[in-house]
Design a protein around this ligand. Structure first.
Ligand code: AHR
Length: 630
């Protein structure tokens, strides 16, 4: 229970509405006319209001839509180790290609790498020599993930491994989209009779959001390449995350981050499910894997360590979802689940174990001796109905509790769903909801009557989708806002999915849309920023008059700032009706002094409830930014 003795300095009224006429003036009372009026009573009296947990609103990161590979992870080279084509040579090296005259160069994969976990390397035979070579030479080129965003004034570090027969004289070059402009180039020469690591820092003289990396020779040569990485030096907190995308997640002020999936964790087949041990340690030694649910290869630059690091960097508690021996297609019988349990225990030890432990030691070697603040793990994703889930779950639960008694365990079984009745022990249970706008708005009452004892609901995925949402509509955001107001009575929640690279949209809608150089938030993204203030705030009683509550939802919080001694009272109101409704807000019991001011923030868009933001109009759905307070 929060005790609020400080004066309320600022009243923030957040209005989410499809009507541009909703609310006028800070008391929102209609001056007259035909518009309906609703009444909202906010009771701030007393000083024992329930405290909303600081983990109430968070985010869910899944490796879907190239959220990480080609997204949040700032690596610019795609298929950096030539492993994406599989372990049988010769293999496909997409999206690598040859550059220069194709008659002047021959390429083929060979399993001869110096890296034990990913044996494929690329042999390049340049067959032209001097004057017989095309201008710029012949070699290989990588366009990254639909173009590399190369910016003048920034620095980019190229790391690669090579081996050659005799001396080589190579040019490593960042080239513009039309392949005529050199944005940056350097020479790499020498005799590399054994595998050798080379590093180059580029300082481009021009910008191009659609650039490529090329490695060429103008001399006859045979050279092998492997593990070619190009990263901007300017990444979020220096930890390898694309700065603009990481900042957008941080701006949501998430209390937690659930990762790395979703279906990504399960795999269509177990053989393709993510296995955390293959995503840690030196990046050159990570084999990468094909995510067969979302159908793309990931080099696993963003592995388990990077997820924990990202959580720490944005001030969110990590929630690790691990595979429980069940995929979309195959399952491990409970009698043989032991190795999967050990893998999960090792993953927890990797996060929180002492540096003297095997996996805590690896974490320390990777740069983080201090344990990460892992408090929650989820046993699988959406697997409750599967044949072996319940049996496997119990074994995971008891094993985790016996070794890590403080770790909270999240079950996939919805404890409120009569079709999957369960008494199994759990700290939280997953609740996923993708639905229509009207159903989402209706669900604001879903948790009003569930028991307050026993496992708590974790709404780990929610979104309005399909025809009400398109690629992210105002209508969807309004319904979700109503749903979240219902959740403020102590349920954890995360929108899904978080990211989409617009070049490979596997799932819509998504909160943050991006390409190689741009990013924008959907109305659902901006709606969530209104709720970040609720984490750790005091929840007030906010009551709408009966007639209004069918189309309106409202909530009120007081957020205190111990540094200033001030408190901020925020009233959020959402109107999902077709018509404008004026609202009169009656606040009682607030300790208001002479410094009191009020402010209104609106999210609306005149006329079109299906309005979406786009790359060209990233703030089309009007956020009334002059008044925008987060
Ligand atoms: O968020 C997209 C997918 O929806 C997730 O992978 C899965 O958990 C759910 O079905």
């Amino acid at each position: 229970m929060a005790n609020h003795r400080w004066p309320i300095l600022l009243l923030i009224v957040v209005v989410l509405s499809c009507s541009p006429f909703f609310g006028h003036g800070y008391d929102f009372a209609a001056p007259g006319g035909g518009t309906k009026t609703a009444y909202l009573k906010v009771d701030a009296s007393g000083n024992q209001h329930p405290t909303i947990p600081s983990t109430l609103f968070g985010v869910f990161f899944e490796e879907i839509n190239h959220a990480g590979a080609g997204g949040l992870w700032a690596e610019l080279v795609r298929n950096r180790g030539f492993e994406a084509g599989g372990g049988v040579a010769p293999s496909n090296i997409y999206p690598w290609n040859v550059i220069g005259d194709e008659r002047a160069v021959k390429v083929a994969t060979e399993p001869t790498s110096c890296f034990a976990n990913n044996k494929m390397a690329l042999r390049v035979d340049v067959m032209c020599d001097g004057a017989s070579c095309p201008a710029g030479g012949a070699g290989i080129v990588n366009p990254g993930y639909w173009g590399m965003n190369i910016q003048q004034g920034k620095s980019y570090k190229l790391v690669f491994y090579l081996r050659s027969i005799g001396p080589v004289d190579l040019t490593v070059v960042l080239i513009g989209f039309n392949r005529t402009k050199k944005l940056a180039a350097q020479n790499v020469g020498g005799a590399f009779t054994g595998w050798t690591k080379r590093e180059v820092v580029f300082k481009p003289i021009m910008s191009d959001p659609n650039a490529s990396l090329a490695i060429t020779s103008s001399h006859k040569t045979v050279v092998w390449f492997d593990q070619i990485s190009l990263m901007p030096l300017d990444t979020y907190k220096g930890h390898g995350f694309r700065a603009d995308l990481a900042q957008m997640v941080a701006d949501l002020k998430p209390g937690f981050i659930r990762f790395p999936g979703g279906c990504f964790v399960e795999g269509a087949w177990l053989r393709n499910a993510v296995r955390w041990k293959e995503t840690v340690g030196p990046w050159e030694n990570r084999p990468g894997h094909f995510g067969d649910v979302w159908n793309y290869w990931t080099d696993d630059g963003m592995g388990l360590y990077e997820f924990y690091q990202f959580a720490e960097d944005i001030g969110a508690l990590p929630i690790w979802v691990f595979n429980n021996g069940i995929s979309h297609t195959d399952e491990v019988d409970t009698t043989m689940i032991g190795p999967f349990i050990q893998e999960a225990l090792d993953g927890i030890q990797f996060a929180v174990g002492p540096v003297t432990s095997t996996w805590g030691g690896l974490r320390a070697a990777m740069g983080h001796p201090k344990p990460f603040d892992l408090r929650y793990v989820a046993v699988g994703n959406e697997d409750c109905g599967k044949e072996h889930y319940r049996g496997n779950y119990l074994k995971f639960y008891y094993a985790i509790k016996s070794v890590f008694p403080n770790i909270k365990v999240i079950s996939n079984c919805d404890y409120t769903d009569p079709s999957t009745p369960t008494q199994d022990p759990a700290d939280y249970y997953d609740y996923h909801k993708y639905t229509t706008a009207s159903d989402m708005f209706r669900l604001r009452h879903q948790f009003d009557t569930v028991p307050r004892t026993g496992p708590k609901a974790f709404v780990s995925e929610y979104a309005v989708w399909r025809e009400d949402a398109g690629l992210g509509s105002l209508k969807a955001a309004l319904a979700e806002a109503g749903f979240l107001m219902g959740l403020e009575k102590n349920r954890m929640a995360a929108y899904a999915p978080l990211f989409v690279n617009a070049n490979d949209r596997k799932w819509s809608p998504d909160a943050i849309n991006f390409d190689s150089y741009r990013a924008y938030g959907t109305p659902s993204y901006w709606m969530q920023t209104f709720f970040s203030q609720s984490n750790g705030a005091a929840l007030l009683n906010a009551t709408l008059d009966g007639r209004s509550s069918a189309h309106l939802a409202a909530s009120a919080i007081i957020r205190s700032d111990p540094a200033t001694g001030n408190s901020y009272l925020t009233v959020k109101v959402v109107n999902v009706a077709d018509d404008p409704i004026d609202i009169k807000i009656d606040i009682t019991g607030a300790n208001i002094d002479s410094r009191f001011v009020s402010k209104k923030t609106e999210m609306t868009y005149g006329g079109d409830v299906m309005a979406e933001n786009t790359f060209d109009e990233p703030l089309k759905v009007d956020l009334n930014r002059d008044n925008f307070v987060i």
